[in-house]
Structure formats: structure tokens, C-alpha cells
Design a protein around this ligand. Structure first.
Ligand SMILES: [Zn+2]
Length: 432
């Protein structure tokens, strides 16, 4: 059958895959290719057209945001595919894990509105009110992804138990994209994978479900990695995603400013310095996650059933992250130079940009913003709030992921955090 030529967005197994600028339908086509490589139709007892139906249903519910759009959904799904396929995990994990992760990735941001959970909660949007007690965006995306699964009848060829298992993976992985859980998930992974030899021998050999938490954690690590993978792409691709991310952030900052809310510093177009916050994000958020994945893959390759695993792609990802971090660090250092001073001649003993204490300080700020977060309320009455009573900064979200939603411990002005606001978090201390 004649088919339109695929756009030049790169091979489906490549880190250079570039979904930006590709027509929506072309991305559906590429997702179908990935599904075929994962043997999704066979595993689900569905036709390729039925599998395509799920992608179409997801696409139909994406909004044209600068960042959280259909291109992002395809980008994250491709990275999840890459992590599954090039590591060999797609041949070790069970069908429900592989397919739940991949199809969950496609639907993980359905109907995203381009604003963070914090914004939704502060605005008391219909979404926030409907999903009180949860991260509203992730709850909404999950609901829609499950509806798309049902609408496309994607799981209808499976026995009820296996279909439910697949849905449970979809729920888990979409929930894990809430950045409010970032620190906790990474900590749990480190603990669970610390002694891989103690993991159940069935980890790879049979369905690892039925209480095997390490297997669930691995899936969360994979989806999270895919969701914040932009800075590991080649610089030309990573840059465009970064620009879009901040375009969306700054629009939220502008909206908060208009409502006289305190801005998350990363959303403040007047104050934020993108190269600096990018260095911090890559160094303190993304890199530790992929180091953990590399550690897991290397160790798991020695486990029964994991012999075919290959950690090479994790090393390639880490190289990409380092290259882009260095690029941002050099820019940050250039921006930090005082214009009135004559430029210093480069010398061997000059500190590298990454050793610049100013850049290090910024990193610490960024990681705190990404991982910790109270939800401020606008001042109800002028003069009623003292400096000491002021709420801390607002939660944050970053490149591809939703902000952490945190409950303020209680507002001195009688505006307690909504029950909608949520799980306690703590600032990340990742420094590896
Ligand atoms: Zn996302």
C-alpha cells in the first residue's frame, strides 16, 4: 500500500528523533512503527489499525500548547520505546509492562492545559476541584488515557486479568510523571535496586507483578526518564524543546503576575536565567535519574533472565546530558561576566563554568524549586501579611513534566491548602 513518506524526524530508535515540526499524522505513523517493533498488535491480539486507533484517540485530546502538545506526547513515547528496545528490556519484561509503559507514555499528558498543577490548584479550576487530593493534571491524564484505551478497544483482545494489569501499569506510569514525586521515586529506586541480587528471581522470567514493587519502580524510572529526556537529545533538538518549555513557563508566570501571585522564579521572565536553570535541571534532576538507570541495567544484566540487557544507550544518554549541560554552563558563565570589566584572558587555572560558585548556587535553587513546593494564595487583604508569614515559592514543573504539587503547611491568613493539595515533599538532595 502506498504510504506518505515519513517526515525526517529521525529513526525511531535514535536519540536524535525530532518530533517537533512533524505533522501530527506523521507522528501517528511513527508511533505505529514503534508499536510494530514492540510487537504490540500480536501481544494484544489486535490489528495494526486498532492500535492506530488508540494513538488517534490520544492525539485528538492534545492541545496546541508550546510544550505540552502532541509532539511532546510522541517525543516521550519515542524515548520510552528507545529505552525499552535498545536496552533489551522489551524482551525481558512482560507484555503488560512493555505495553503499559509505551501506551501510557503516549497518553501521559492528554488534555494538558499548559499550566502547572500549582496553577490549576491556585486558580481552583474545575480540574483541580474534580481531582481533590491528587495531582489534578496527572489524575486527568490518567482518566483520559484509560478512556482512550476503552474507546479504541485496544485491550479487548486480552483476558480480563491481563487487560486490568495493563491498565494498572498505565495508571502507575502516568501518575509517576508528577514531578512532586520525583525525589521520592528516585530514592525508592535507589533503595530497591541497591541489592539486585536479592530481587526476586522472577523479576525478568515471569510476570513480575503480584507485589513485586521493584518492577513497578523500574517502570516509573523509565517513564520519568522519557518525560524529562529533552536535554539528552542532540543540542539542536534539545534547544528547541527548552525554548518551548520556558515559553510555557513564562506564560504561567505572566498569568500569576496578573493575579498578583508570587511567581515561581523559574516562571519569571524578568529574573530567570535560562542557561543557569538549565544547568541545574540537567545536573540535579535528569542526570541522577539516568545514572540510576545505567546502574540498574549493568547489574540486571547479570541477573537470571537479564543476560540480554545492554546499558550502552544509558551511557549515550549521559553523554548527551553532559554535553548540553556544558553548553548551558558556558552560556551562564558568559552572562555572569560583568560587562564593565575587561574580559579575563583564558587561563588553565581559571575555574570551569561548572565550578563557578554562582552557577553552583543556582543549581541548588533549581533543584529545590523542581522538587519542593508549597502552594501560595494571593493576599486576601492588603497589609495583612508580614514578610515572615509570606508563603514560600510556588511549585515547579520542568521540561516535560508536571510541577510538584505541594500543600502549604497552612496559611497564616486562614487560607489553608486545599485538600486538593497534597503530598508532602522534600527538597531534593541529589548531587551525584
Ligand atoms: Zn510530559
Amino acid at each position: 500500500m502506498e504510504r506518505a513518506a515519513a517526515p525526517d524526524c529521525g529513526a525511531i530508535g535514535s536519540l536524535g528523533f525530532d518530533s517537533l515540526g512533524a505533522p501530527d499524522e506523521a507522528l501517528v505513523e511513527r508511533l505505529c512503527e514503534m508499536a510494530a517493533a514492540l510487537r504490540a498488535p500480536e501481544r494484544l491480539q489486535r490489528t495494526p489499525a486498532q492500535v492506530r486507533g488508540y494513538f488517534e484517540a490520544c492525539r485528538a485530546r492534545m492541545r496546541p500548547n508550546p510544550f505540552h502538545n502532541w509532539n511532546h506526547a510522541a517525543d516521550v513515547a519515542q524515548f520510552a520505546f528507545l529505552l525499552l528496545h535498545r536496552t533489551g528490556l522489551d524482551r525481558c519484561l512482560c507484555d503488560e509492562q512493555v505495553l503499559g509503559l509505551f501506551f501510557g507514555a503516549v497518553g501521559h499528558d492528554m488534555d494538558h492545559r499548559g499550566k502547572s498543577n500549582a496553577y490549576e490548584i491556585n486558580e481552583k479550576t474545575e480540574l483541580a476541584l474534580r481531582h481533590k487530593g491528587a495531582a489534578p493534571l496527572e489524575a486527568h491524564h490518567t482518566e483520559l488515557a484509560l478512556a482512550a484505551l476503552a474507546e479504541s478497544e485496544l485491550l479487548d483482545g486480552l483476558p480480563a486479568e491481563r487487560a486490568e494489569l495493563t491498565r494498572s501499569v498505565v495508571r502507575d506510569v502516568i501518575d509517576a510523571t508528577d514531578m512532586g514525586q520525583h525525589t521520592e521515586i528516585l530514592r525508592e529506586c535507589k533503595a530497591a535496586f541497591r541489592a539486585l541480587e536479592e530481587l526476586p528471581r522472577t523479576f525478568f522470567s515471569v510476570s513480575p507483578f503480584g507485589g513485586d514493587e521493584p518492577a513497578r519502580l523500574l517502570l516509573k524510572l523509565l517513564i520519568k526518564g522519557a518525560d524529562i529526556s529533552n536535554p539528552s537529545r542532540p543540542a539542536a533538538v534539545a534547544e528547541r524543546w527548552n525554548e518551548r518549555c520556558y515559553e510555557e513557563f513564562y506564560a504561567e508566570g505572566d498569568a500569576d503576575r496578573a493575579k498578583q501571585r508570587k511567581l515561581n522564579p523559574l516562571h519569571d521572565r524578568d529574573e530567570n536565567v535560562i542557561p543557569r536553570s538549565s544547568v541545574g535541571f540537567i545536573g540535579f534532576v535528569v542526570t541522577p535519574l539516568f545514572k540510576e538507570l545505567r546502574k540498574f541495567l549493568r547489574a540486571a544484566a547479570k541477573m537470571e533472565g537479564g543476560e540480554a540487557l545492554d546499558a550502552a544507550v544509558a551511557a549515550e544518554i549521559l553523554q548527551g546530558l553532559e554535553a548540553n549541560k556544558q553548553l548551558h554552563a558556558e552560556r551562564a558563565a558568559a552572562l555572569a561576566a560583568v560587562p564593565a570589566s575587561p574580559p579575563k584572558a583564558a587561563s588553565d587555572d581559571a575555574p570551569s563554568p561548572l565550578e563557578d560558585p554562582c552557577v553552583e548556587d543556582e543549581m541548588a535553587v533549581v533543584i529545590t524549586l523542581v522538587a519542593a513546593e508549597p502552594v501560595p494564595e494571593p493576599k486576601p487583604e492588603a497589609g495583612a501579611e508580614t514578610e515572615a508569614e509570606a508563603e514560600p515559592e510556588q511549585p515547579e514543573e520542568r521540561a516535560g513534566e508536571e510541577p510538584a504539587v505541594e500543600a502549604a503547611a497552612g496559611d497564616a491568613l486562614g487560607a489553608p491548602p486545599d485538600e486538593a493539595a497534597p503530598r508532602p515533599t522534600e527538597p531534593s538532595t541529589n548531587t551525584q
